[in-house]
Structure formats: structure tokens, C-alpha cells
Design a binder for this molecule. Structure first.
Ligand code: COA
Length: 387
């Protein structure tokens, strides 16, 4: 039985900062941000967009095309949670009008959260082939103004429908996982911004990539040359480039060119949206599917990494006709419709969004009609509305 990704929805907020402007404001050489880090733009969430509203908006991309009564499971992966107890997915379930019989909850392991959700959803569909599952990754990466991590911020969400006989990517059984209790990136309960040891995190990411990639190839009797694309969790695109260089270290020119080109295709969206934590690997997948030269049955290797740290390497095969399921014009239109912020404007929006919402104060959104947003807190309860 083939199980995998049948639909992909994407959302990113309607504002961004250009990395050249940010570099100039921080007295850095723009090429450090553009080439050294590999980022061009980063989306900025104002106080009216949070993990919940972005997750709703990403899922709305394909909701009209699915049978809601068949959805038996919905899992929400995030590290930008809005409540310590209630799952973000319950707000989403209400907004999307999913049936009450759906099993739904939130998961957390840094940027690994959406992969954890995807793996559980895949197993669920294998056991319940008549049902489908929705998995959502939604995050706002915040390190803080004038920090070294600032250039690797971003905001957005990816939502996917998982089902039997998928029309985009068929996921292969088996995986290679690796975990260790380390302190490379974390966000304590009393902090709205993340703490990170970025250089250590990069080392661990590369180490876990090598371990899981080599182990997976051994398990499945595969060579690097068998892959048509390798894609990575991209907190900033240079990190994935470093992993791709490791993968290609002992390969001939033809393989290096093929996997080099597919990496270029996979990084385009992340370079223009920034880090979206749980959803970053799947933003790379969307970018590859839209921009790469893929054909039916091509083998894609996916490397997922969540700080703390947990990594997994797994694979999927591209399904015939996958292009028809994508909406590249819509993705492009969403990116182009974003308003460019000056650095002082971004700083003001960033600071305001970090503050706790004022009880009873209703918020309005400047997003286009049909977009969901966080409308404020009344009697201690978070309210979500559609513009
Ligand atoms: N032109 C081109 N490249 C330049 C440059 C220039 N003018 N100036 C610097 N660079 C390169 C550096 O050589 C370096 O490349 P390398 O990584 O290949 O060695 C890169 O730019 C970054 O420079 P560096 O001095 O290391 O930057 P930094 O101290 O500001 O830190 C990060 C960069 C990425 C470590 C920091 O932004 C960070 O911690 N981000 C968060 C990372 C994260 O999210 N981790 C956890 C998620 S898995």
C-alpha cells in the first residue's frame, strides 16, 4: 500500500525585511547575509499572526479539495505554542469545521515536530486506509533584535494531507533516527525568544546528518548516486548547503551536478521566507517540487533535524502528475504581495508582537479578505477571526 503526501498548503505573513537592509542596519557586509548565511528576505509576523492562524491559513490552501469527513487525525507540530495546555489544533479544527470525531493534538521537539507528526500520520493511515490525516507545522522564529540569530528569523506554515495513493510524494517504509540530549537551541518557558549556540548547532546537525544518511543507505542498500534529490531542514540555507557538500564529498561530477542543482531548487523558498522551524524541511520540499527537474518515481531523501536534538532521514518517491497538485503561481503571488518593511518598522512590529495581548483589546488585521488572524484575548480566551 502506498501512503504519503497528497496535498501541500503554505502560508507566510504579508510583511518582510530585505537582508541587504538588515545587513546595512547592523553594519554587516550584505554578502555575509546573502552568501555567508544564504538568506535574502525574511517574513515578519505582526501581533495578529501566530502559530494557530498561520496553520489555519496554510490548510485553507487545499481544504476545498478534500473530503473533511474522511479526516481521522490532525496533528499540529510547533515550537511557537500559544497555550501550555490546549492544543493549537483545536482552534484549527473549529476554524476548518472538521468533524468532532477527529483525533487531534499538538507535538513538540523543536524543528522535528512536523516530521514527528508526519510519521505518526503515515502509520495511522497504514492502519486506517479509508481515513486521511492532516499534519501542520507552524512557527515564528524569533531570536531578537540585534542578535547573531536575527538574520535567521522568519514566519510561516506548511500543512499536508496524508493518504493512501497520494498524488505528490509516496513515502517509503523505514527510516534512520538519531537523538541525543544536548543544548544547541532551546526556548525556556519564561522567554519569547530562542537561545542558541548556532555554531555548535551546525556541528551537531552535520554530525546527525552523516549518521542518519549513512545508516539509511546501509539499511536499504542504496548509494548516494541512487538519489535524485537530497533535501534538508533549512534554518538558514547555508546549513543545508554544508550538509549537501558532505553528501557529495566523494561523488563524481555528474552526481554532484544533479544533487547540487536539486539543492538549489529546494532552497529558493526558504531563502525568501526565512526559518519556519517545524515546517522548514517541508518548505524545501515544496520549493524542490516547484522548481526542480523531477520526474515520476524520482527518489528524494529528506533530512529532518530538531535541536535538543533529534534527527531522522527518510525517503519518498515522486508521484506521476505531482505538478498538477501544486499552485506555484499562488505561492509566488503570496510572496510578491508582501509589504517590504524598513528595519525600524520591522523592529517596532517585532517588539509589539512580543508583548502580551491586552485583555479585551480587539485586534484587526491588514491581511487580504479570507485570511484568518488572531483577534485578541477576551476573558482570558484567545479569539481567531477571518478577515
Ligand atoms: N561574504 C560572504 N560570506 C561571509 C562574509 C562575506 N562578506 N562574511 C562572513 N561570511 C560567512 C562566514 O565565513 C561564515 O561562513 P561559514 O559558516 O561557511 O564559515 C558565515 O558567513 C557566517 O558567518 P559567522 O561569522 O559564522 O556568523 P555569525 O557569528 O553571525 O553566526 C549563525 C551565524 C548562523 C551561527 C547565527 O546566525 C545563528 O546562530 N543563527 C541561528 C542558527 C539556528 O537557527 N540554529 C538552530 C537551528 S537547527
Amino acid at each position: 500500500m502506498q501512503v504519503g503526501i497528497d496535498k501541500i498548503g503554505f502560508y507566510t505573513p504579508n510583511k518582510y525585511v530585505d537582508m541587504v537592509d538588515l545587513a546595512n542596519a547592523r553594519n554587516e557586509d550584505p554578502n555575509k547575509f546573502l552568501i555567508g548565511i544564504g538568506q535574502e528576505k525574511m517574513s515578519v509576523a505582526d501581533e495578529t499572526q501566530d502559530a494557530v492562524s498561520m496553520g489555519i491559513n496554510a490548510t485553507l490552501d487545499y481544504l476545498d479539495e478534500i473530503d473533511k469527513d474522511k479526516v481521522g487525525l490532525m496533528i499540529f507540530g510547533t515550537e511557537s505554542s500559544v497555550d501550555q495546555s490546549k492544543s493549537a489544533s483545536l482552534f484549527v479544527k473549529t476554524a476548518l469545521k472538521l468533524p468532532p470525531e477527529v483525533r487531534t493534538f499538538e507535538v513538540k521537539e523543536a524543528c522535528f515536530g512536523l516530521t514527528a507528526a508526519l510519521m505518526m500520520a503515515t502509520d495511522f493511515v497504514r492502519l486506517h486506509p479509508k481515513q486521511t490525516a492532516i499534519v501542520i507545522g507552524s512557527d515564528i522564529a524569533r531570536y531578537g533584535i540585534n542578535t547573531s540569530g536575527e538574520v535567521t528569523q522568519g514566519a510561516g506554515s506548511i500543512s499536508m494531507l496524508i493518504k493512501v495513493d497520494p498524488s505528490i510524494l509516496s513515502l517509503n517504509e523505514g527510516h534512520s533516527a538519531y537523538s541525543d540530549d544536548i543544548n544547541d537551541f532551546w526556548r525556556p518557558n519564561n522567554s519569547k525568544t530562542a537561545l542558541v549556540d548556532g555554531k555548535y548547532s551546525t556541528q551537531v546537525y552535520l554530525d546527525f546528518f552523516t549518521k542518519t544518511f549513512e545508516d539509511y543507505k546501509k539499511q536499504k542498500h542504496l548509494q548516494t548516486s541512487d538519489f535524485d534529490a537530497l533535501i534538508y531542514h533549512l534554518p538558514f540555507t547555508k546549513m543545508g548547503l554544508k550538509a549537501n557538500r558532505l553528501a557529495l564529498a566523494d561523488q563524481n561530477e555528474a552526481i554532484s551536478e544533479k544533487l547540487g542543482q536539486s539543492f538549489e531548487a529546494s532552497k529558493h523558498l526558504s531563502a525568501n521566507v526565512g526559518n519556519i522551524y517545524t515546517a522548514s524541511l517541508y518548505l524545501s520540499l515544496l520549493s524542490l517540487l516547484q522548481n526542480g527537474e523531477l520526474k515520476a518515481n524520482d527518489l528524494i531523501g529528506l533530512f529532518s533535524y530538531g535541536s535538543g536534538a533529534m534527527a531522522e532521514f527518510f525517503t519518498g518517491n515522486v508521484v506521476e502528475g505531482f505538478k498538477k497538485q501544486l499552485r506555484p503561481e499562488k505561492v509566488q503571488a503570496r510572496l510578491e504581495a508582501r509589504t517590504k518593511l524598513t528595519v525600524p518598522e520591522y523592529e517596532a512590529i517585532f517588539t509589539k508582537a512580543l508583548a502580551d495581548p491586552i485583555e479585551g483589546k480587539e485586534l484587526d488585521s491588514d491581511e487580504k479578505p479570507g485570511t484568518w488572524y488572531f483577534a485578541g484575548v477576551k476573558d482570558g480566551i484567545r479569539l481567531y477571526k477571518m478577515k
